[in-house]
Design a protein. Structure first.
Length: 399
């Protein structure tokens, strides 16, 4: 397909994905808040007599709202019942399509890092797909097993297994692809929770009621457990989805541990809000999160890996030659690298002025994070990275 069309498709999918994600997470946060904020109605009130277990009053957008939650279900089913599922499905479908367009179709540059492991494009995509399917299968079995009855222990085990997944992926794929596949694995678990557990459970409850029976509360309980998991997954997943902007995290030598720390901070922050909605101010959680984030900030501070010695001073011509050989296939107004129609990130490096102007960014990408050349497809050597480092250290002068 035409490279520009693929890129534009990526744009549309990303736009849709963000919109659907906001709708999903927004309604999910709202319902968790609602659940946590409900108060039991007075025992002899009309509400209590109809089976309402909790209710609240809220004002929003110029109107007053009075939602009520039934212990199991109302005596008679209303004609019109709103379901919340397409937000989740649309988020997953658009996200997976985006994954295919951005990562799987460009596995060579976007997923494979020869410094981590030499893989074929098919192997990389296979690993990505297997991580998503495998995560769901294992997670679902765990929730259905005896362990599933102990919520705290189950939570710790799920966190441990996902960290193991992050470690495994970090040993096989480039950092950026490793991160995103942890994210798509968790995202798959979240959407599958809705599709395979929460919605079918609700459907059974509704069917039972239509048949004049009392619905089995087990479906509500199971759905609730999965929905609580989804709630705690949210902040870690959202970090992962923006992590590709932060090379200091995914290109770190212990990127899987950075991810685990960020995820733990996200879970702690979420927990604080969940407690707060119940009227408890548990400050230890945001303090813990702040400490974890502080550790990440310190640990990801740039430390330049040792470089081979070079003869100083280096000349600008040496730098120009390196950039000419290693960078301009992608970073020129009309890139010649297959699949690119625009200079990536808008960075052009095909003129001397552009090179001196971008010296700091070049240093950051080539010497500090070593993200560029992307996937080292143009095979820049350590010697060349050392020349660029020396040139920048000496003031990044042009001719
Ligand atoms: C295979 C194509 C390719 C090659 C070769 C390549 N880059 Fe890049 N570069 C990219 C892509 C794609 C991005 C955008 C990455 C992103 O979206 O995070 C990028 C982004 C950048 C950025 C902007 C990063 C930022 O956020 O500030 C700089 C600077 C950069 N490259 C420098 C270089 C230098 C210097 C070289 C040569 C040593 C090089 N690139 C080689 C594909 C390439």
């Amino acid at each position: 397909m035409d490279a520009h069309l693929v890129e534009f498709l990526g744009l549309l999918l990303r736009w849709l994905h963000v919109i659907a994600g906001i709708a999903w997470i927004g309604s999910s946060f709202y319902f968790i808040w609602l659940d946590n904020s409900l108060d039991a109605p007075p025992p002899d009130s009309d509400a209590a007599k109809k089976g309402v277990a909790g209710e609240l009053w809220a004002v929003h957008g110029g109107g007053f709202y009075n939602p009520q939650k039934y212990a199991v279900a109302p005596a008679a089913l209303p004609e019109k019942l709103h379901w919340f599922k397409w937000e989740a499905y649309t988020t997953w479908l658009s996200g997976t399509a985006l994954l295919v367009v951005v990562y799987w179709l460009r596995a060579q540059t976007m997923m494979i890092d020869p410094a981590v492991r030499e893989l074929s494009a098919w192997q990389a995509v296979g690993i990505g797909l297997a991580s998503m399917v495998g995560s769901w299968v294992i997670y679902d079995l765990l929730c259905r097993s005896k362990l599933g009855k102990n919520n705290a222990l189950l939570g710790v085990i799920i966190f441990g297994l996902l960290t193991l997944l992050a470690w495994g992926l970090s040993q096989t794929l480039g950092g950026r692809a490793a991160f995103i596949h942890v994210g798509t694995s968790i995202g798959t678990i979240m959407a599958a929770n809705v599709f395979f557990v929460i919605i079918p459970g609700q459907r059974r409850m509704v069917e039972a009621m239509r048949a004049g029976q009392t619905p089995d509360p087990i479906y509500g309980k199971r759905g609730k457990q999965r929905s609580v998991h989804n709630n705690y997954f949210t902040l870690p997943v959202l970090f992962i989805m923006i992590s590709n902007h932060y090379a200091s995290t995914y290109s770190h030598p212990h990127n899987w541990a950075i991810l685990a720390l960020m995820a733990a901070a996200g879970v702690a922050i979420r927990h604080f809000f969940n407690r707060r909605h119940k009227g408890v101010l548990a400050w230890q959680y945001p303090i813990l999160a702040a400490v974890l984030l502080g550790v990440v900030a310190w640990w990801t501070a740039p430390r330049v890996a040792p470089l081979p010695p070079v003869t100083r001073p280096v000349t600008f011509d040496q730098v120009r030659t390196i950039v000419g050989q290693r960078c301009v296939t992608c970073h020129s107004p009309v890139p010649t690298f297959a699949g690119l129609t625009q200079p990536p990130a808008g960075v052009v490096l095909n003129t001397p002025a552009a090179i001196t102007q971008n010296a700091q960014r070049i240093y950051q990408q080539v010497v500090v994070t070593r993200i560029m050349p992307l996937g080292n497809v143009t095979q820049a050597t350590d010697q060349e990275r050392a020349i660029i480092a020396a040139w920048v250290a000496d003031g990044a002068k042009g001719n």
